[in-house]
Design a protein around this ligand. Structure first.
Ligand code: GLN
Length: 476
């Protein structure tokens, strides 16, 4: 029997290479475990049973032939259901895509396939990644494995729940306003939102194209760096993608925190925060100081406008990006009536309430007469916030804040109050608005559920996030 809870990417790789387990047995046992465990958690929307076993076989063949294998070879991963795996369903947890099958591989999938990774299943999420609890899925509820009365966070809650309940060794989520980092914080995982453009978005269903990024959800920082190394880099299919010079070996050299100045974002602590959360952040600050870092307060004066800005820019892009789901091409096709009637039937019946709310809001902020007052103004504020971050990075190598204002909340607690739900992203949204890389590291206080410590770095300095994460993990 394999004990899945001990397995990280690195450990599994060593077991495979030393022939202590085969990729096939690992996958077979994991599938068995999932068939039982996921009844309770609800992390997966679809399981790639035969396909995953076939993928595992490929790695075993390579090992038998004494070929050198990649770190990701034979590693079972959970993939958020808004990323395309050729010939496999991709619903984005929406009814409108219930019969859709992907016709090509997303670039991240292509890269991981080449490395020999195993895609064990597609994970639940908030519909089209709009939400913070995975309760906006049109299909099922996902429970937080650490406390099944609470949500796993969202929108990548399915991936986070799968990894935290050991139904995958790691996974990929997407983060437009916090959807990797917030579930990581709620489920006790490491979640990375890379620099905008560091990872190709080709084959990721667009939510807000100017903010979306794919990133890893993992059990530790080292795994996060291994996955990031594999998926990052320029891609001719995504004009916003960038060349990235990151190598996993960069983080193996011990970082010198003595050379690091870390700014604690003052405004984040003026919010109503849990005492236990404040104390655990203070503990981490003390640990960073012990490691030699200089830690002081810094102000990002307009950071509190980030959320308002986000809820203008995001719906504006949503209203354009989701126009393609018209019931004629990808979506369920409810026939009959005029073209307009068909649109009403397909879009009206098959999009959930949160998706419809944002399409309406986005159409409004872009409409003649309101464009300047809302959309253009939000874009100007975005620029201002970016400049404030740039200025802070003239003095500091990293910025620090909590990932979320609280730990995981109860299922049902915020479903009928969209504003309360939006507020759970108050600390994560600024990094998306400014296009910066940010990581959430798990921290614990006196309460049973974990919190997240968020570190933000200048563009393309993911390396610093990993180095700090690894050092903090070592002293735990
Ligand atoms: N919770 C945020 C929202 O609903 C973030 C979503 C995301 O990052 N995909 O917009």
């Amino acid at each position: 029997m394999i004990t899945f809870h001990e397995l990280t990417i690195k450990k599994t790789h060593d077991l495979l290479v030393n022939k202590e387990i085969s990729a096939f047995d690992l996958t077979r046992e994991l599938l068995e475990y999932i068939s039982d465990k996921d009844k309770e958690i609800g992390a997966y929307l679809s399981i790639r049973h035969d396909e995953a076993l076939a993928e595992a076989n490929e790695t075993d063949k390579k090992i038998a032939a004494r070929e050198e294998i990649d770190y990701l070879a034979g590693i079972p991963l959970a993939i958020k259901d808004n990323m395309l795996i050729k010939d496999w369903p991709a619903t984005a947890a929406s009814k409108i895509l219930k019969n859709y099958r992907a016709t090509y591989d997303a670039t991240v999938i292509k890269k991981l396939k080449e490395a020999g990774a195993i895609f064990i299943g597609k994970a639940n999420m908030d519909e089209f990644a709009m939400g913070s609890s995975t309760e906006n899925s049109a299909y099922q509820l996902t429970k937080n494995p650490l406390d099944p009365t609470t949500v796993p966070g969202g929108s990548s809650g399915g991936v986070a729940a799968a990894v935290a309940s050991h139904q995958a060794i790691a996974g990929l989520g997407s983060d437009t306003g916090g959807s990797i980092r917030q579930p990581a914080a709620f489920c006790g995982l490491v979640g990375l939102k890379p620099t905008y453009g560091a990872v190709s978005r080709f084959g990721l269903m667009a939510l807000a194209s100017s903010l979306d990024q794919i990133g890893p959800l993992t059990k530790n920082t080292e795994d996060s760096a291994l996955l990031f190394e594999k998926i990052c880099g320029e891609d001719k299919h995504d004009a916003t993608s960038k060349a990235v010079s990151f190598s996993f070996s960069d983080i193996q050299k011990t970082a010198d925190l003595k050379k690091m100045k870390i700014g604690v974002i003052k405004e984040c602590f003026e919010q109503n925060l849990d005492e236990d959360l404040k104390n655990s952040i203070q503990n981490s600050i003390n640990q960073l100081k012990t490691l030699g870092a200089e830690v002081e307060e810094v102000s990002i004066p307009h950071i509190d406008a980030s959320l308002a800005c986000y809820y203008i820019i995001l719906p504006a892009e949503v209203s354009a990006n989701l126009a393609r789901y018209d019931g004629l091409r990808y979506a369920v096709n409810e026939l009959g009536g005029t073209l307009k009637e068909r649109y009403f039937k397909n879009r009206g019946r098959n999009f959930g309430p949160e998706v419809r709310r944002r399409i309406v809001l986005g159409t409004f902020v872009l409409s003649a007469g309101y464009y300047d007052a809302y959309y253009l103004k939000a874009k100007k504020v975005q620029k201002l916030i970016k400049q404030e971050f740039d200025k802070a990075f003239e003095r500091y190598q990293l910025l620090l804040s909590p990932t979320t204002p609280s730990s995981a909340f109860k299922i049902g607690e915020k479903v009928s109050d969209p504003l309360a739900m939006y507020l759970s992203d108050i600390f994560t949204v600024p990094a998306n608005i400014a296009g910066l890389p940010a990581i959430s590291l798990p921290i614990w206080g006196k309460n049973k559920l974990p919190y997240g410590l968020q570190l933000i770095a200048p563009a393309l300095e993911e390396k610093r996030l990993f180095q700090a994460g690894i050092l903090l993990e070592k002293i735990k």
